[in-house]
Design a protein around this ligand. Sequence first.
Ligand code: 13P
Ligand code: SF4
Length: 420
Amino acid sequence: MVSTLDRASKESVLTSASTLPFGQSLSSWFIEPQLNPASCVPEETVGAYPTLTKYGAHPLRQSKIDRAYFKMDAEERINRIWELRRALDDRLVILGHHYQRDEVIQFADFRGDSYKLSQQAATRRDAEMILFCGVHFMAETADILSGAEQKVILPNLEAGCSMADMANIRDVELCWSTLGSLGISRVIPVTYMNSAASLKAFCGRHDGIVCTSSNAPRVFDWSFARGERILFFPDEHLGRNTGNLKGIPSDQMVVWDPFQPMGGITEDALRNARVILWKGYCSVHARFSVEQIEQARAAFPDVQVIVHPECREEVVNASDAFGSTEHIIDVVSSAPAGSTWAIGTEINLVNRLQKEMPEKTIFCLDPVICPCSTMYRIHPAYLLWTMERLVEGDMVNQIMVDGDTRREALIALDRMLAVP
Ligand code: 13P
Ligand code: SF4
């Protein structure tokens, strides 16, 4: 991953002001990272398992693949994947999320944010198999939305989402029954796409709905047309930022902490609430800070800051714009040449935009590399391993949602897809 400002503009940026008021070097935004992403071994994780265990999550484990897949020459690996891709032809469609590394996203027949990818999964009925280069909840959603005969495959079963794992069905049921026992009614459950299928099913059977970061405001409108309150999980920040956009006063948004009795909320506050937010967050987007925005503005007076709505409220408020990955791409792509953008989202997407638009100055708001460690687990080695097996008719790593969950989750997903 190399900063792709051309050398002349990079040098001019670095010499115009070498030190920021905060004592940080300006060059740190354009540091060329030490890691070559394709040689980074993804299953050697960053200590996520203890945290997930605390939340009661039991993420899937990927069976070990031969080290030779990692050790082989990167170019040879890519060539072999292309050969297999051609052999599988239109039996296979490959979907890729924008956060996937370049070595993987190049194979995607379609790339998108989680909303667009779910639309693709619902409409690509011609392919026998859908290979999902993204994370587990996306593959589950693709399985629910695709045809009964279609098979959805996730190249590495350990590509989960730590935020999705922060809400489990048992804790959400407990919260729901607590609200019921207090006589708090007309609550619409809304789950963010980044959640397990069981939570989507919960929303399906309780007159609720799914949202993504691109349609959350419209889903809030849909929900308030049908109820008085929203129970929103698992991302506290997307929920609060959307509530703010809809003009919900902050004292009418409370945070349910699944580790506290009664969610750590008083009965009065719960009765007064219009939005009950789940205490969950994205470890990538929670890193962005107002201080980083101030530093970017000090270094580049004409900078525009755009962030993902999974960022904390104060970060979203200090930015010039916010929106889903697709929205970020649209805004930055349509900006004039010469404009400067600090982007608060995952590094693979930011680096790609930087490469694709050398006529603009584009950098990640977090000067320290900011990857999604679970998206990163879709390493080309796993792609090769998976596709070799698919060619042989061995359906490895198939993601299958059970019948009842699928039926109820589909109700909530169909509602989302029908929201205008
Ligand atoms: P998008 O829906 O914007 O693609 O976001 C998905 C995601 O996981 C962001 O962290
Ligand atoms: Fe989950 Fe955050 Fe990664 Fe998105 S960026 S998949 S929310 S951990």
